[in-house]
Write a protein that binds this ligand. Structure first.
Ligand SMILES: Nc1ncnc2c1ncn2[C@@H]1O[C@H](COP(=O)(O)OP(=O)(O)O)[C@@H](O)[C@H]1O
Ligand SMILES: [Mg+2]
Length: 224
């Protein structure tokens, strides 16, 4: 299996947040206790899309209502709003308390459409909410940003990721001093993808799981 996929987060506890307060807020959102819209922002490879999908899954777990309502920037057109609204109706009928629509890389969406999302949030906030992701918050309509809970995700070479990287190395049976692990994190560019490549390198270079071959023993058979 691809190393990156092997350690992809399986549960909420695997996700990395910038601080406890943010973790708590996102957990409340995932548990249907908060119903506002969210924006995850941060550099490439900081788990924005992963987190959006996970919170959506948690909110709808156990409910059979069809596929995730997920749009990439290039899927978005004026007609898409009608589809979003129909899906929200369908989801509510299937028991989803407050449907979530994910719009990935909202900064790449046409300015006019970004503006339209403001009105969706203002006029239909009791019908469904949105999770947006972006690498470029400054390219997102400021009025839309103002209507969302904005969550910045930390780059993966910061202290927040140290424990997760340590956990992965432990799983692989690789021992590494804190100093060496920190030095490894420092070589990464902040993307989890880059971190995973560095950890995979470390695992392959130090195959600690491979049993050390027994040292050959000389045995004296006869003294004559
Ligand atoms: N906590 C985590 N531990 C390990 N891998 C993670 C974690 N969070 C995300 N990833 C992995 O990082 C990669 C990039 O995540 P992604 O959500 O696509 O980032 P972004 O949308 O910010 O570019 C994916 O392969 C994902 O499985
Ligand atoms: Mg993404």
């Amino acid at each position: 299996m691809i190393f990156q996929n092997k350690y992809a987060p399986q549960t909420f506890n695997d996700l990395i947040f910038p601080d406890r307060n943010t973790r708590q807020r996102i957990k409340e959102f995932a548990c249907n206790e908060r119903h506002g819209s969210l924006i995850f922002h941060g550099p490439y490879g900081t788990a924005k899309t992963t987190m959006a999908r996970m919170v959506e899954q948690m909110r709808t777990s156990g409910l059979e209502y069809g596929s995730v309502d997920f749009y990439r920037a290039f899927d978005m057109q004026h007609e898409t709003f009608k589809r979003i609204s129909n899906t929200q109706v369908l989801q509510r009928r299937c028991g989803v308390e407050m449907p979530v629509t994910i719009v990935d890389e909202i900064d790449q969406v046409d300015k006019g459409l970004q503006y339209k999302f403001r009105w969706e949030i203002d006029m239909n906030c009791d019908q469904g909410c949105f999770v947006f992701t972006t690498n470029n918050l400054h390219n997102v309509d400021p009025g839309l940003v103002d209507r969302c809970d904005v969550v910045e995700l930390p780059a993966s070479n910061t202290q927040h990721w140290f424990d997760r990287a340590r956990w992965i190395l432990d799983k692989e049976g690789v021992t590494m001093s804190d100093g060496k692990l920190q030095a490894l994190l420092d070589t990464c560019d902040g993307s989890i993808r880059d971190l995973m490549r560095a950890l995979e390198d470390a695992v392959l270079r130090q195959p600690a799981n491979t049993p050390t071959p027994p040292t050959p023993q000389l045995q004296v058979i006869s003294s004559k």
